[in-house]
Unconditional design. Structure first.
Length: 525
């Protein structure tokens, strides 16, 4: 039988250590109390600059002015002071951006910049087009448009605590039919520190101007901005799902984030801590829903779950399943235009789910301090179903992106250490349950973040990989917690993770596990 070294290391020793530590220390309840984020952002002033440009001479648009007016109204309703400008020329736009940065600096306010209109990219740089721009060739763009970096540099100087930049600026054909562009839409750009950057559609693609009073993206953004007690990331995730479904996959909004604190347009009324029992009740409720729908072949239950829990404990694996279901319904999903030459972004990695029977991976497990080899393991794919990958004789089962479903006699429900798409700054939480054949279980909760993209040289080769960092805890039925930390790397060309560091410690400081796992060699069909 073949084993996954990381899976065996993370779960089988953990089960044993939980039992041993419980016997030694008793069942002290160290379950972390959850609460609504008591964010320092919510006592700060809020200021927004909202731009809507429709009256372009060569390629006018129907909806940006309507979009800007409506967005300004919703932001005012959520406590923002708003400067609304319509059909702006270049000088007006530049002056407004300069004044906006100064005001954020003086007030140390939460900032939100919204632009609806035409945008273009040139040499990886993004430009917002004023209505008076006369552009006869792409060489005219830098002098007659406004580069996004002009805004971002002002925000950097302002040193205010948080910024949101929303660009509904990817309409098709910004220069009319006379001058084709080399690359449609806007270029991928990683969010600066303390900010969230949102595009109406994914980089290198175009957005719909809409058939009604608002553009397709802003129509749904307006609806979600009204949602009470919704974290900002959840607002944009719901918008993304709605726009994707309305456009049948032709337009998929995109965000880049470096936010470290939760922000709400309409904050929760209660900031009290959630009890241990309430946290468990909520988990059980969400888990029950996921168990019912995880193998569904219909889109509706998955969409309902993602609308209800946009950052849910199973949202990443639910998104993977929805992708699979929608492909069968005929959705032709667009790809993000990305390149290693882009100086403004680390890019986006979509995991390779084209697993084949016979794929084989050998890992080396070692002590993280002494580097002494503990053992080597090999995993080999023996069977593939629509949702599962079976290794060897079935002692190890994962989903299509590597999350563990079965390890020997234990079944894992809803683990999402591995996700469908990776980009710098992306965060998610996984709370999953491991259950033995006898019905005994323990729960694990980890918060994960894509921390970097970097080259890793291993015995199996040199890889361009994303680094994921996770921390959290595991608790057995007795109530004892064990602290967990992990750091691991995923690479586009390998259908499994390539390297990992895993660490466990008891509440009394006893280190239970401190190991590294490296890919030694692999063979993919």
């Amino acid at each position: 039988m073949t084993f996954d070294p990381a899976a065996v290391q993370m779960f089988n020793p953990l089960r044993r250590r939980l039992l041993q530590s419980t016997a030694a220390l008793g069942a002290a309840s160290l379950f972390p109390a959850l609460s609504w984020a008591q964010s320092s952002l919510h006592g700060l002033p809020r200021h927004a600059l909202v731009i809507g440009n429709s009256r372009y001479s060569s390629s006018p648009l129907d909806n940006p002015v309507n979009d800007a007016k409506a967005i300004a109204g919703e932001l005012k309703a959520s406590g923002f002071d708003v400067n609304l400008l319509l059909d702006t020329g270049r000088d007006t736009l530049l002056n407004a951006i300069e004044a906006y940065g100064k005001q954020l600096s003086a007030r140390k306010a939460v900032g939100l910049f919204y632009f609806a209109g035409h945008g273009a990219q040139l040499a990886w740089r993004n430009y917002l087009l004023p209505v008076d721009a006369v552009i006869k060739s792409m060489n005219d763009v830098p002098a007659r448009a406004v580069e996004l970096n002009t805004l971002l540099q002002g925000l950097t100087k302002a040193k205010n605590p948080m910024n949101v930049i929303v660009l509904d600026a990817c309409r098709d054909n910004p220069f009319g039919t006379a001058m084709p562009v080399e690359q449609k839409g806007l270029s991928q750009f990683d969010a600066p520190p303390g900010s969230l950057l949102a595009y109406a559609t994914s980089p290198g693609n175009v957005a719909s101007d809409g058939s009604g009073a608002n553009g397709l993206y802003t129509e749904h953004l307006l609806r979600e901005l009204k949602t009470p007690e919704a974290k900002i990331e959840d607002v944009f995730k719901r918008v993304r799902l709605a726009v994707r479904r309305r456009s049948n996959g032709a337009q998929i909004p995109w965000e880049s984030t470096s936010l470290e604190e939760d922000f709400y347009f309409h904050p929760p009324k209660s900031t009290g801590k959630i009890s241990d029992e309430e946290a468990t009740r909520r988990f059980e409720q969400e888990l029950a829903i996921w168990e019912r729908i995880k193998a569904t072949s219909e889109a509706a239950p998955l969409e309902d779950y993602l609308r209800r829990y946009p950052s849910g404990l199973f949202s990443e694996v639910a998104q993977l399943r929805l992708d699979q279901v929608l492909v069968k319904t005929g959705e032709r999903r667009i790809d993000i235009a990305s390149s290693a030459q882009n100086p403004f972004s680390k890019g986006t990695l979509r995991i390779d789910t084209r697993v084949k029977i016979g794929d084989r991976y050998t890992f080396r497990e070692a002590n993280a301090d002494t580097h002494e080899e503990i053992r080597q393991y090999t995993v080999a794919v023996s069977q593939i179903t629509e949702t599962e990958v079976i290794y060897g004789k079935g002692g190890l089962v994962t989903d299509l992106i590597g999350n563990w479903i079965k390890i020997n006699d234990r079944t894992l429900t809803g683990a999402q250490y591995f996700i469908p798409d990776y980009s710098l700054g992306k965060r998610w939480t996984s709370r999953h349950r491991s259950t033995s054949a006898k019905g005994n279980h323990y729960d694990t909760v980890v918060d994960c973040k894509v921390a970097a993209r970097e080259r890793r040289t291993l015995p199996a080769g040199t890889f361009d990989a994303f680094r994921i960092e996770c921390s959290g805890w595991a608790r057995g039925e007795s109530g004892l917690n064990i602290e967990l930390k992990s750091r691991y790397w995923v690479a586009p060309e390998v259908r499994r993770f390539i390297e990992g560091f895993f660490w466990q410690r008891t509440a009394r400081g006893t280190v239970l596990e401190n190991k590294t796992v490296q890919l030694i060699e692999f063979k993919q069909s």
